[in-house]
Design a protein around this ligand. Sequence first.
Ligand SMILES: C[S@@+](CC[C@H](N)C(=O)[O-])C[C@H]1O[C@@H](n2cnc3c(N)ncnc32)[C@H](O)[C@@H]1O
Length: 213
Amino acid sequence: MSDELHAEHREGRGQVEATRFWEDHYHRRERVWSGRPNPVLVDVVGGLRPGTALDLGCGEGGDAIWLARQGWRVTAVDVSATALDRAAAGAATAGVADRIDFRQHDLVLAFPPGAFDLVSAQYLHSPIEFPRTRVLQEAASAVTPGGLLLIVDHASVAPGSWAEPEETLAPLDLSPDEWHTERLEARERETTHPNGRLVTHTDNVVAVRRLAR
Ligand SMILES: C[S@@+](CC[C@H](N)C(=O)[O-])C[C@H]1O[C@@H](n2cnc3c(N)ncnc32)[C@H](O)[C@@H]1O
């Protein structure tokens, strides 16, 4: 998670609801994310046959738009209406608006109905109260037989903290009789800080496939 998010959190916003917190976050800048799809998504999903996809915490829609361009039918949810408006505008510009159903949804309160060939949770972190394990278990339940659950996390979500990919997977308690682990790894990624410096980030990647019955 970015230092900026943590700075906002330290300002005393810890107990506000998700909607208010994230609306505030997106309002601070005209554009928060790059608009490009996340590299692990492109790498893991690029070779798959398109089907239905659920993008959890889709932000400004970079992943959803990329998925739609690959032929997926996407349901993309986020708690922030501002992020979703930007995502919908991006989808219209990209000519894929008809392939994406953007929905405002607080995952703390309810999970979107339906079953999907791909459920993707990319950096679904929140500095305010967020029952991540429960939400990710619900994400697993929403995967069709034969489908894939892809979770990409920041290995470090707070200054001084560190997590291994196993710490994301183990609490989901997925039975090996029903799930095959395709990837469980830490990956490095470089970004350029506004000051021009190259920054190396570590991502934890979990890709588990629900066995076809
Ligand atoms: C760190 S951002 C990642 C955004 C996007 N997936 C990406 O990779 O760029 C986390 C996203 O999750 C959303 N989010 C946080 N809490 C949420 C909740 N309770 N319900 C739905 N979305 C939530 C935020 O609005 C934000 O867009």
